[in-house]
Design a protein around this ligand. Structure first.
Ligand SMILES: Nc1nc2c(c(=O)[nH]1)N[C@H]1C(S)=C(S)[C@@H](COP(=O)(O)OP(=O)(O)OC[C@H]3O[C@@H](n4cnc5c(N)ncnc54)[C@H](O)[C@@H]3O)O[C@H]1N2
Ligand code: MOO
Length: 340
């Protein structure tokens, strides 16, 4: 159990919790850590921190201290690809152990947070994250919690962790540039380099490129050869909208067996198309993806690279959060874009 003692009387006792010191613009952190044995020389410092009394620790079996409470909550969330910090001021942070796609089971997270006296705050599901980034923080709200209460949370949440970071698969992609103006050399291809960059970010490679005019059959043949070369992903660029010579989508239909969607509730990216040929994703990418830094591709590609098959329902859900504000300084993925 805990006992409250005047600081002068607390000398020689074990501190029950971290004591925070905040100096504006200078420092925020624990001046004293839980478990610290208070010494005579600490008394003035504690008084400077506004502590006339402190909680000291006495042994008890049915109560769990904030640091252990945080560790038990972290256990519920920490799946593969996450690591944790030591508790500080009663809180544990979960970090990305490697680059990848963050998965958070938001309905189970809510279940946890419906319990009084515990909290867990996370980043959004399906966020592409980089090694070392902070993904979640968790703690109990009071200093001590009944072991039974924590056990209730643990029983309800079960063994399956709430969070994990999926590795990106080493994707080999084919890029088929379409457009008679590019094919005839009137315009230099500027799309392929955009895709090379985006694939590099998720650990993939463009291994095959082709340029075709706005001709359904020629584009279809290029898709067919890319699939025969056993790439993991085919991306066709351009010719995705409404002009009479925008035929890319018909060529994609010709060569795939499962159309997920032509059109996506995402701006930029309304004319996005996703289909599968024998489970290999074939994307039709509108020319806006060449112009804007962040588009529908940045929402879909990390998921595809993490080995997920995207369903039509999920594309429909992308409408909520599907509007990019094109901020002067882009902070994607730290913004509302793509966070449905
Ligand atoms: N009347 C309408 N106009 C447009 C619509 C619409 O629904 N109704 N949709 C708009 C949307 S949304 C988009 S996005 C754009 C682009 O659509 P496309 O994918 O069909 O693009 P293209 O027509 O093929 O090309 C547009 C533009 O981009 C240049 N381009 C294309 N590919 C390359 C490349 N590899 N390298 C360099 N430049 C490229 C092309 O030359 C054109 O200038 O359509 C809106 N319009
Ligand atoms: O496919 Mo287009 O702008 O929606 O950007």
């Amino acid at each position: 159990m805990m006992k409250r003692l005047k600081v002068e009387e607390a000398v020689g006792h074990v501190l029950a919790h971290d004591i925070t010191e905040i100096k504006k613009g200078e420092r925020k952190g624990p001046a004293f850590k839980k478990g610290y044995i208070i010494k005579e020389k600490d008394v003035p410092h504690l008084l400077d921190l506004g502590k006339k009394s402190v909680y000291i620790l006495e042994n008890s079996e049915d109560r769990v201290h904030e640091n252990e409470g945080a560790a038990r909550l972290a256990d519920l969330a920490q799946g593969s690809g996450l690591k944790r910090t030591e508790p500080s001021e009663g809180k544990i942070n979960l970090l990305a152990a490697h680059d990848g796609l963050l998965k958070v089971e938001s309905s189970r997270l809510k279940q946890l947070n419906l319990h009084p006296d515990v909290m867990m705050a996370t980043r959004h599901n399906n966020t592409p994250v980089e090694k070392g980034e902070k993904l979640a923080g968790t703690r109990i709200i009071p200093l001590l919690i009944a072991d039974e209460k924590l056990r209730e949370v643990e029983n309800e949440l079960g063994d399956k962790p709430l969070m994990r970071v999926k590795h990106y698969e080493d994707m080999k992609a084919a890029v088929i540039t379409t457009g008679s103006e590019v094919y005839e050399g009137r315009v230099e291809d500027q799309f392929t380099e955009v895709l090379e960059e985006k694939l590099e970010y998720i650990g993939g490679d463009v291994v095959l490129t082709d340029i075709k005019p706005d001709d359904r059959q020629q584009i279809a043949e290029a898709i067919s050869s890319a699939l025969a070369a056993e790439v993991d992903l085919v991306v066709c660029t351009g010719g995705m909208s409404v002009d009479p010579d925008d035929v890319t989508r018909f060529a994609i239909e010709d060569e795939t067996d499962e159309l997920i969607s032509y059109g996506a509730p995402v701006l930029p990216g309304a004319m996005f198309m996703l289909a599968y040929a024998d489970n290999v994703p074939v994307i039709g990418l509108p020319a806006c993806a060449m112009f804007y830094d962040v588009t529908v591709l940045d929402i879909m590609l990390p998921r595809i690279a993490a080995g997920e098959k995207i369903r039509a329902e999920e594309i429909a859900e992308a409408g909520h959060g599907g509007l990019c504000l094109q901020c002067e300084i882009c902070r994607y993925p730290e913004c509302s874009f793509g966070r449905s």
